[in-house]
Design a protein around this ligand. Sequence first.
Ligand code: GLC
Length: 449
Amino acid sequence: MRQANLQRQVPGGRGLSRRSFLKVGGSALAGAALLGAAGCGGGSQGGSGVTEFTFSFGPDNSGSLEEIVRRFNEEFEGRYRAKYRVMAADTGQYFNQVKTEFQAGGGEIDLIGGDVVWPAQFAANGWIEDLSDRFTEKERRAFLPAPVESCTYEDGVYGVPWFTDAGMLYYRRDLLEESGFSEPPETWEELEEQATRVTRESDAEDGFVFQAAEYEGGTVNGLEYIWTAGGDVVDRDDPERVVVDDPRAVEGLSIERGMVESGVAPRAVSTYAEQECQAAFLNGRAVFCRNWPYMYALASEEGQSNIEPGQIGVAPLPVAGGGRQSFSGLGGWNFYLNDASSEEEKDAAYEFVRFAIAPEQQKFRALNGSFLPTLEALYDDEEIVEGVPVIALGESAIKNARPRPLSPYYSDMSLVMAEQFNACVKGEKSPEEAANTLDRELQEIVDQA
Ligand code: GLC
């Protein structure tokens, strides 16, 4: 049974200050009224003594999550039962589904396997529980710092890091070698050169595929082009300052647009999310692909790939030119507890969190799904390091990974970024126009906060 959470809306309740807009509530949230009626959740105990709870997450191609749920339900049979509700694969759509349930008074989901960019908005509205007491400071020390940081909002810790993610460059090691390239590219220009030659000399049709559709993944990819060109969208020290109307950001967007203009990337990348990129790379059509670590494991899954893991190399994302630093977008997924769930459901769900973050289960998902662990010690596990090369690279990629802005308005900010980046890739706007429009629109969001 859920209780509607009436006094938890932003702005207000938490005395949020104007100063740190990226940490406060405002216009977009003010419109998000919580309805008074309490939603009635399905029976937790139902007389059987078993506490059932609903756990939400997107579809899992590796099958490793279903196995974790099965193991949990077996181990806790008679006490707890997890029901896995499969949500949209697109993180933005999933976010909207959960947000709508929260706004209607809590909804059915007790435990959310949710994106690293969600906690600020959920926490600012009081929709998810502050887990600082359950997930103690001592426990947190065993985790990589960046994923823990992604769970932190104001003084609370609102999530428990499950697996982490960083953008990587996948390449066809075999095809590069056949064309005489012994190393992957370090700059975007080298990538274009290698891609052009390899597509000419092999059966591969596409030089490079990446996520440029108008959605969250398009935002991350656009940011990576901007960051690897030395630019940014908001100032890291003063997040109220929007800095995207700047030559370095424009250079990054020009490189992204240039991939399509030069024919290195197919025009269709403007509609590509992760799955389309994965299909193009794993069926052997593309030479290079920007994707997250999960794709590596699918190369060994029957029916998912025409190429073998041995044909695949992974490298950090290229940079715009000499001396600039490689950055990846920090991704990843954490566990969040619905604040409106009953104490029994929360306790049961948190037992699942403990189970899923334990070394044994994280290792299982690393070996079977190439999901990057959040427990630091697992990066020294020989079986993982030797068996899943993408994870060894992942450790350094995580160190060079940049978070997206931490803000209760992030979802609004992302919508405008995704729109402008996509318009630029499609050639509807020049990189200068896109940067300029984005600067104005982000500033409006900041100012309204
Ligand atoms: C991955 C990342 C997530 C990101 C999403 C974008 O799932 O882990 O953080 O938002 O891709 O598509």
